[in-house]
Design a protein around this ligand. Structure first.
Ligand code: COA
Length: 255
């Protein structure tokens, strides 16, 4: 069934107690992200930033999965249309990188592809012990996205960034915490309350001081935005390659 047949576009956005929650809600497809979902997330980030009653953005998964990354069927369509990463993906990444308000994420289960790279732009990440982080770009005949080729070496050091982004090694929650991607590991039953608690703590801070501090810590976003564009050009070219198309077919047609 098409996700939107029942009104579910795969993402649920809700605002409560100054926290704007973006929850992946496509569990039957392991929260793989479609173009419609990217658009909904871009809108939530932009509108949340503009809304005075929002102080924090919060990403949540569901069904024991954070996200299986980009919908690989969408990728196949895009490559045929020659649209590369696609405008929806790029506007989401732009909104993510330029968001002014703090972003918290709670990961329970797999975080794959952009499910991992989006976390590199979050401010505080919680994960359950069963979570794992993987970016199999090269194995899919692709290259890193979301500015991760710039941000990951800075966050983790070049060798660890290589193991994640080039080798596609899977990091456990523990490894992700040691690498600096995850702040805290929390039990499955406790993760959402714990994430809400972090968001509530941030929401109660003097807002202007927090926003300025965050801006200073993040530095100039122009460099990241420009790397996102550069990655997208490579991505687009590789997406159309035989090795990438063969990898997508293998996934889509597996038994
Ligand atoms: N794009 C499109 N559909 C996806 C998907 C993705 N990235 N990830 C999972 N799905 C779909 C599967 O096709 C399957 O659909 P179906 O029930 O119609 O056959 C459904 O989600 C369940 O996935 P399945 O693989 O059966 O679940 P699993 O528990 O065995 O494995 C994952 C879960 C996430 C490990 C596995 O689905 C996976 O590796 N997905 C691809 C991840 C990936 O490479 N992402 C792109 C990164 S750039």
């Amino acid at each position: 069934m098409n996700d939107s047949d029942d009104g579910n576009i795969g993402v649920v956005v809700s605002i409560e107690n100054t926290i704007s929650t973006i929850r992946f809600n496509r569990t039957e497809k392991k929260n793989a992200i479609t173009r419609e979902m990217y658009s909904a997330m871009a809108k939530a980030l932009t509108e949340g930033d503009q809304n005075d009653s929002v102080r924090v953005h919060l990403f949540l998964g569901g069904g024991g999965v954070f996200s299986a990354g980009n919908d690989l069927r969408d990728f196949t369509g895009h490559s045929l249309e020659g649209a590369g990463l696609g405008n929806e993906v790029l506007s989401f990444l732009g909104a993510l990188v330029t968001a002014e308000k703090p972003i918290v994420a709670a990961v329970d289960g797999p975080a794959i592809g952009v499910g991992t790279t989006l976390l590199m732009h979050c401010d505080y990440v919680l994960a359950t012990p069963r979570s794992y982080f993987q970016t199999p770009f090269v194995d899919l005949g692709l290259v890193p996205e979301a500015g991760s080729s710039l941000v990951a070496p800075r966050l983790f050091g070049p060798q660890r960034a290589f193991s994640l982004l080039a080798m596609g090694q899977r990091w456990s929650a523990e490894e992700a915490m040691h690498a600096g991607l995850v702040n805290k590991i929390v039990d499955e039953r406790e993760i959402e309350p714990a994430a809400l608690e972090v968001a509530a703590i941030l929401a109660q801070k003097p807002q202007q001081a927090l926003l300025t501090t965050r801006r200073l810590l993040r530095g100039d976003t122009a460099e990241i935005l420009s790397r996102i564009e550069e990655e997208a050009e490579h991505f687009s070219r590789h997406l159309a390659s035989e090795e990438a198309q063969a990898a997508f077919s293998r996934f889509i047609n597996r038994d």
